[in-house]
Design a protein around this ligand. Structure first.
Ligand code: NAI
Length: 250
Protein backbone atom coordinates (compact mmCIF):
# COMPACT_ATOMS: atom_id res chain seq x y z
CA UNK A 1 0.00 0.00 0.00
CA UNK A 2 1.54 3.30 -1.12
CA UNK A 3 0.18 6.85 -0.83
CA UNK A 4 1.32 9.72 -3.02
CA UNK A 5 1.93 7.09 -5.71
CA UNK A 6 1.67 9.54 -8.61
CA UNK A 7 4.54 11.73 -7.38
CA UNK A 8 8.31 11.45 -7.78
CA UNK A 9 9.09 9.01 -4.96
CA UNK A 10 5.72 7.30 -5.35
CA UNK A 11 6.19 6.36 -9.01
CA UNK A 12 9.74 5.15 -8.37
CA UNK A 13 8.63 3.10 -5.36
CA UNK A 14 5.63 1.60 -7.18
CA UNK A 15 7.89 0.47 -10.02
CA UNK A 16 10.56 -0.88 -7.67
CA UNK A 17 8.09 -2.84 -5.51
CA UNK A 18 6.35 -4.14 -8.66
CA UNK A 19 9.70 -5.37 -9.95
CA UNK A 20 9.92 -7.47 -6.76
CA UNK A 21 6.55 -9.03 -7.57
CA UNK A 22 4.51 -7.01 -5.04
CA UNK A 23 0.77 -6.68 -5.52
CA UNK A 24 0.12 -2.96 -5.28
CA UNK A 25 -2.55 -0.82 -3.64
CA UNK A 26 -1.84 2.71 -4.86
CA UNK A 27 -3.46 6.04 -4.05
CA UNK A 28 -2.97 9.71 -4.82
CA UNK A 29 -5.10 12.82 -4.99
CA UNK A 30 -3.92 13.35 -8.57
CA UNK A 31 -6.19 10.91 -10.38
CA UNK A 32 -4.88 11.22 -13.96
CA UNK A 33 -1.20 10.40 -13.31
CA UNK A 34 -2.25 7.77 -10.74
CA UNK A 35 -4.38 5.91 -13.26
CA UNK A 36 -1.69 6.26 -15.96
CA UNK A 37 0.85 4.69 -13.60
CA UNK A 38 -1.57 1.90 -12.67
CA UNK A 39 -2.22 1.13 -16.37
CA UNK A 40 1.50 1.05 -17.17
CA UNK A 41 2.21 -1.28 -14.24
CA UNK A 42 -0.72 -3.54 -15.12
CA UNK A 43 0.40 -3.75 -18.74
CA UNK A 44 3.82 -4.80 -17.47
CA UNK A 45 2.18 -7.65 -15.55
CA UNK A 46 1.69 -6.24 -12.04
CA UNK A 47 -1.52 -6.69 -10.05
CA UNK A 48 -2.64 -3.18 -9.11
CA UNK A 49 -5.55 -1.56 -7.29
CA UNK A 50 -5.42 2.23 -7.68
CA UNK A 51 -7.82 4.68 -6.01
CA UNK A 52 -7.80 8.46 -5.93
CA UNK A 53 -8.11 9.76 -2.36
CA UNK A 54 -7.23 12.58 -0.01
CA UNK A 55 -4.94 11.31 2.76
CA UNK A 56 -6.38 13.84 5.21
CA UNK A 57 -9.85 12.30 4.97
CA UNK A 58 -10.23 9.48 7.50
CA UNK A 59 -13.26 7.87 5.83
CA UNK A 60 -11.41 7.66 2.50
CA UNK A 61 -8.26 6.28 4.14
CA UNK A 62 -10.26 3.63 6.03
CA UNK A 63 -12.21 2.62 2.89
CA UNK A 64 -8.97 2.34 0.92
CA UNK A 65 -7.46 -0.09 3.46
CA UNK A 66 -10.66 -2.13 3.43
CA UNK A 67 -10.71 -2.12 -0.39
CA UNK A 68 -7.10 -3.31 -0.56
CA UNK A 69 -7.83 -6.12 1.89
CA UNK A 70 -10.92 -7.22 -0.07
CA UNK A 71 -8.86 -7.40 -3.24
CA UNK A 72 -5.62 -8.98 -1.95
CA UNK A 73 -6.63 -10.44 1.47
CA UNK A 74 -3.44 -9.26 3.20
CA UNK A 75 -1.47 -6.12 3.95
CA UNK A 76 2.27 -6.68 4.32
CA UNK A 77 3.76 -3.25 3.65
CA UNK A 78 2.42 0.31 3.89
CA UNK A 79 4.42 3.30 2.70
CA UNK A 80 2.89 6.58 3.85
CA UNK A 81 4.52 8.86 1.32
CA UNK A 82 2.04 11.59 0.25
CA UNK A 83 3.18 15.06 1.23
CA UNK A 84 3.61 18.66 0.22
CA UNK A 85 6.26 21.34 0.70
CA UNK A 86 5.26 24.98 0.40
CA UNK A 87 7.74 27.51 -1.05
CA UNK A 88 10.50 28.64 1.32
CA UNK A 89 9.31 31.48 3.54
CA UNK A 90 10.37 32.83 6.95
CA UNK A 91 8.39 31.56 9.95
CA UNK A 92 7.17 35.08 10.64
CA UNK A 93 5.64 35.27 7.16
CA UNK A 94 4.01 31.83 7.31
CA UNK A 95 0.21 31.95 7.29
CA UNK A 96 -1.44 29.92 10.05
CA UNK A 97 -3.62 28.29 7.39
CA UNK A 98 -0.49 27.12 5.55
CA UNK A 99 0.87 25.64 8.77
CA UNK A 100 -2.39 23.75 9.38
CA UNK A 101 -2.54 22.48 5.81
CA UNK A 102 1.04 21.22 5.84
CA UNK A 103 0.51 19.51 9.20
CA UNK A 104 -2.69 17.88 7.93
CA UNK A 105 -1.26 16.56 4.66
CA UNK A 106 2.17 15.54 6.00
CA UNK A 107 1.52 14.44 9.59
CA UNK A 108 -2.21 13.88 10.24
CA UNK A 109 -2.18 11.67 7.13
CA UNK A 110 0.49 9.44 8.65
CA UNK A 111 -1.50 9.15 11.87
CA UNK A 112 -4.65 8.25 9.90
CA UNK A 113 -2.78 5.85 7.66
CA UNK A 114 -1.26 3.92 10.56
CA UNK A 115 -4.53 3.97 12.50
CA UNK A 116 -6.15 1.96 9.71
CA UNK A 117 -3.15 -0.03 8.42
CA UNK A 118 -2.10 -1.40 11.81
CA UNK A 119 -5.21 -3.46 12.71
CA UNK A 120 -4.93 -5.91 9.78
CA UNK A 121 -1.16 -6.15 10.26
CA UNK A 122 -1.54 -6.82 13.99
CA UNK A 123 -4.25 -9.39 13.32
CA UNK A 124 -1.85 -11.20 10.97
CA UNK A 125 1.08 -10.78 13.37
CA UNK A 126 3.32 -9.33 10.65
CA UNK A 127 3.90 -6.24 8.56
CA UNK A 128 6.09 -3.21 7.98
CA UNK A 129 5.12 0.43 7.82
CA UNK A 130 7.42 3.06 6.37
CA UNK A 131 6.58 6.72 6.89
CA UNK A 132 8.24 9.22 4.60
CA UNK A 133 9.66 11.99 6.76
CA UNK A 134 12.61 14.10 5.60
CA UNK A 135 16.03 15.36 6.62
CA UNK A 136 13.85 18.23 7.89
CA UNK A 137 12.39 15.68 10.34
CA UNK A 138 15.78 15.27 11.97
CA UNK A 139 17.21 18.78 11.96
CA UNK A 140 15.82 22.29 11.70
CA UNK A 141 15.29 23.73 8.24
CA UNK A 142 15.19 27.53 8.01
CA UNK A 143 12.35 28.95 5.87
CA UNK A 144 10.56 25.61 6.23
CA UNK A 145 9.11 25.82 9.75
CA UNK A 146 5.76 24.20 8.94
CA UNK A 147 7.36 21.50 6.83
CA UNK A 148 10.03 20.75 9.47
CA UNK A 149 7.37 20.64 12.21
CA UNK A 150 5.28 18.21 10.16
CA UNK A 151 8.23 15.94 9.42
CA UNK A 152 9.39 15.94 13.06
CA UNK A 153 5.82 14.90 13.86
CA UNK A 154 6.14 12.02 11.37
CA UNK A 155 9.26 10.84 13.20
CA UNK A 156 7.48 11.10 16.56
CA UNK A 157 4.47 9.18 15.28
CA UNK A 158 6.80 6.53 13.87
CA UNK A 159 8.64 6.04 17.15
CA UNK A 160 5.44 5.92 19.21
CA UNK A 161 3.78 3.41 16.90
CA UNK A 162 6.93 1.26 16.71
CA UNK A 163 7.12 1.09 20.49
CA UNK A 164 3.44 0.22 20.75
CA UNK A 165 3.51 -2.72 18.32
CA UNK A 166 7.10 -3.98 18.57
CA UNK A 167 6.14 -7.24 20.29
CA UNK A 168 3.37 -8.01 17.84
CA UNK A 169 5.33 -8.64 14.63
CA UNK A 170 4.93 -5.21 13.03
CA UNK A 171 7.87 -2.88 12.36
CA UNK A 172 7.46 0.88 11.88
CA UNK A 173 10.26 3.04 10.52
CA UNK A 174 10.67 6.45 8.88
CA UNK A 175 12.87 7.40 5.96
CA UNK A 176 14.48 10.84 5.95
CA UNK A 177 15.68 11.86 2.50
CA UNK A 178 17.36 15.17 1.72
CA UNK A 179 16.39 16.86 -1.55
CA UNK A 180 15.67 14.56 -4.48
CA UNK A 181 14.75 15.26 -8.10
CA UNK A 182 10.94 15.21 -7.96
CA UNK A 183 8.14 17.70 -8.73
CA UNK A 184 8.13 18.65 -5.03
CA UNK A 185 11.79 19.70 -5.20
CA UNK A 186 11.22 21.50 -8.52
CA UNK A 187 8.42 23.51 -6.91
CA UNK A 188 10.68 24.68 -4.09
CA UNK A 189 13.65 25.39 -6.36
CA UNK A 190 11.59 27.21 -9.02
CA UNK A 191 9.95 29.42 -6.36
CA UNK A 192 13.29 30.25 -4.77
CA UNK A 193 14.91 30.97 -8.10
CA UNK A 194 11.98 33.34 -8.87
CA UNK A 195 12.26 35.06 -5.45
CA UNK A 196 15.99 35.63 -5.93
CA UNK A 197 15.72 36.41 -9.63
CA UNK A 198 18.58 34.02 -10.30
CA UNK A 199 18.97 31.20 -12.84
CA UNK A 200 17.57 27.88 -11.65
CA UNK A 201 21.07 26.34 -11.91
CA UNK A 202 22.35 28.76 -9.24
CA UNK A 203 19.46 27.78 -6.97
CA UNK A 204 20.17 24.09 -7.46
CA UNK A 205 23.81 24.76 -6.56
CA UNK A 206 22.68 26.29 -3.22
CA UNK A 207 21.02 22.99 -2.32
CA UNK A 208 23.75 20.66 -3.57
CA UNK A 209 26.57 22.66 -1.94
CA UNK A 210 25.49 21.46 1.50
CA UNK A 211 25.38 17.79 0.56
CA UNK A 212 28.69 15.91 0.96
CA UNK A 213 27.99 13.80 -2.14
CA UNK A 214 27.62 17.06 -4.08
CA UNK A 215 24.28 16.23 -5.65
CA UNK A 216 20.63 15.62 -4.82
CA UNK A 217 19.16 12.11 -4.85
CA UNK A 218 17.36 10.37 -7.66
CA UNK A 219 13.90 9.00 -6.75
CA UNK A 220 15.20 5.51 -7.58
CA UNK A 221 17.84 5.76 -4.85
CA UNK A 222 15.14 6.60 -2.31
CA UNK A 223 12.88 3.79 -3.61
CA UNK A 224 15.74 1.33 -3.13
CA UNK A 225 16.03 2.32 0.54
CA UNK A 226 12.22 2.06 0.91
CA UNK A 227 12.36 -1.51 -0.35
CA UNK A 228 15.12 -2.50 2.07
CA UNK A 229 13.48 -0.80 5.06
CA UNK A 230 10.24 -2.72 4.49
CA UNK A 231 11.87 -6.05 3.55
CA UNK A 232 10.83 -8.77 6.04
CA UNK A 233 14.48 -9.89 6.02
CA UNK A 234 15.34 -6.57 7.72
CA UNK A 235 13.63 -7.99 10.78
CA UNK A 236 15.24 -6.35 13.85
CA UNK A 237 14.95 -2.70 12.80
CA UNK A 238 12.05 -0.68 14.13
CA UNK A 239 11.35 2.83 15.40
CA UNK A 240 14.17 4.31 13.35
CA UNK A 241 14.34 7.52 11.35
CA UNK A 242 16.81 6.61 8.64
CA UNK A 243 18.63 9.36 6.77
CA UNK A 244 19.08 8.81 3.03
CA UNK A 245 20.77 12.11 2.41
CA UNK A 246 24.11 11.88 0.61
CA UNK A 247 25.85 12.46 3.94
CA UNK A 248 24.02 15.70 4.88
CA UNK A 249 23.32 14.65 8.46
CA UNK A 250 26.85 13.33 8.90
P1 NAI B 1 5.71 14.87 -5.25
O1 NAI B 1 5.09 16.21 -5.17
O2 NAI B 1 6.38 14.43 -6.49
O3 NAI B 1 4.65 13.74 -4.83
C1 NAI B 1 3.78 13.87 -3.74
C2 NAI B 1 2.46 13.24 -4.13
O4 NAI B 1 1.57 13.37 -3.01
C3 NAI B 1 1.80 13.94 -5.33
O5 NAI B 1 1.53 12.99 -6.35
C4 NAI B 1 0.54 14.54 -4.75
O6 NAI B 1 -0.57 14.52 -5.64
C5 NAI B 1 0.29 13.66 -3.53
N1 NAI B 1 -0.54 14.35 -2.53
C6 NAI B 1 -0.38 15.60 -2.06
N2 NAI B 1 -1.37 15.89 -1.19
C7 NAI B 1 -2.16 14.80 -1.12
C8 NAI B 1 -3.34 14.50 -0.41
N3 NAI B 1 -3.91 15.38 0.43
N4 NAI B 1 -3.89 13.27 -0.56
C9 NAI B 1 -3.34 12.36 -1.40
N5 NAI B 1 -2.23 12.61 -2.12
C10 NAI B 1 -1.64 13.81 -1.97
O7 NAI B 1 6.74 14.82 -4.02
P2 NAI B 1 7.87 13.76 -3.65
O8 NAI B 1 9.14 14.46 -3.70
O9 NAI B 1 7.68 12.50 -4.37
O10 NAI B 1 7.52 13.58 -2.10
C11 NAI B 1 7.05 12.39 -1.52
C12 NAI B 1 7.31 12.47 -0.03
O11 NAI B 1 8.71 12.61 0.19
C13 NAI B 1 6.66 13.68 0.65
O12 NAI B 1 6.16 13.28 1.91
C14 NAI B 1 7.81 14.64 0.81
O13 NAI B 1 7.63 15.53 1.88
C15 NAI B 1 8.96 13.69 1.06
N6 NAI B 1 10.28 14.21 0.79
C16 NAI B 1 10.63 14.68 -0.45
C17 NAI B 1 11.88 15.15 -0.68
C18 NAI B 1 12.30 15.69 -2.02
O14 NAI B 1 13.28 16.42 -2.11
N7 NAI B 1 11.66 15.35 -3.09
C19 NAI B 1 12.92 15.16 0.38
C20 NAI B 1 12.46 14.62 1.64
C21 NAI B 1 11.18 14.16 1.82
Amino acid sequence: MLTGAAGGFGQAAARRFAAEGARLVLSDMAEVPLMALASALSEAGAEVLAEPLDVTDEAQVAAHVTGGLSRFHRLDVAVNNAGIAPPLVPLTATEAETFDRVMAINARSVFLGMKHQLPPMLAAGRGAILNVASAAGLVGAGQMAAYAASKHAVVGLTRAAADEVARRGVRVNAICPSFAATPLYDGIADALSGQRAEPRGNTDARFTRRIPMGRIASPDEVAEAMLWLTDPANSFMTGQAVAVDGGLSA
